[in-house]
Design a protein around this ligand. Sequence first.
Ligand SMILES: *Cc1c(COP(=O)(O)O)cnc(C)c1O
Length: 388
Amino acid sequence: MDALDTLLLHAAKVELPANRPVVMPIYQAAGWTFDDLDQVDAIYSGQQSGSIYGRNGTPNQRALEGLLAQIHGGDAGLLGASGMSILQAVFLALLGQGSRVVASQDLYGSTLNLLNDLARFGVQTQTVDLANPDQVGQALVGAQLLVAETISNPRLRVPDLARLAGQAQQAGAFLIVDNTFASPYHCRPLELGVDLVMESVTKFINGHSDVMLGGLVGKKDLVDRVRSVAVRGGLVSNPLESWLGLRGAETLAVRMARASSNALLLAQLLQSHPAVRQVHYPGLPQHPDHVTAQSVLQKGWGAMLSFELDPDRSLINRLLRNLRHIRMVLSLGGATTTLSHPATSSHRFLSPAERQQLGLHDGFLRMSVGIEDPNDLQTDLDHALAQI
Ligand SMILES: *Cc1c(COP(=O)(O)O)cnc(C)c1O
């Protein structure tokens, strides 16, 4: 009989059941065993399915990668530790000394900062107004990558993705679209000719504010180029987060349907409220991209909306203190309705003049609309607005 030390390590048998559990197990393992060298070869070459090492991808990571690819109509997917880790892997894989990037001037702040970091490695970034085709066309000459967002933060601009895809292709550049605000429920950018789609799975796809994950979908050769950088650089996701993300994704469609119909109702309520200066929501006919959004977005206009009150800090504080259900959270895409204040959070480190230029004064609020009962949300907002 083996000694106690050895028994403790080897006596428990990993018994795989003959039938399958209704949900996928969590494969919480960093290493995998191989029967012999033939199996090593078979798994490395993909002849047999299996895992090599944690960083090369786990069954939980692959399950969500496959789901993301399918719901986006792409032929390969990649899951990373966060949305930003995916963007970092994309930039490292596709850019190098002397590369030029054209980016939307409305880009998510961290994305723009990450691109600016790459200037130290000889990557130049030029920001443009995506609504201006001539400006985009001129900037794209000699560029390798165009970076856009389906719905921008926080002004919720919607660029013509099909036109941008054509312009990028003509210039020989790849187009990557950050689809986080729309989610695959409202937009599948690959169908509009986009090369790569990035999702912060942290937001709507997971949908419960308890996971950090990022996704990438596109053609297999391109995604695999990014995957090898992500694996080397350790930018991949772990089994538990991947499992949670897969569970969250199950309800994406019902959550988005409710959240975007709630958002339209709240946008209309705010639009007619005397205390509200302006509402930014692609579903309102007054929105500058309302017509474009009809061809880019499907099944509604999304769950993000922004609105402007008087630029008065104490007025915003009164609003926040009087809301019962709607809380201030500096993220988005959860099941509950939340508010953020760009001037003191996402755009905090800009100078007042830079914020002014973007129109992000102290009265500008962004709302991520959740799946509560629409009447309760309207009552909550109406009541708090009456107190300001
Ligand atoms: C949150 C977010 C990101 C970054 O994703 P993380 O998962 O936080 O790394 C990128 N783009 C947009 C539009 C986002 O909302």
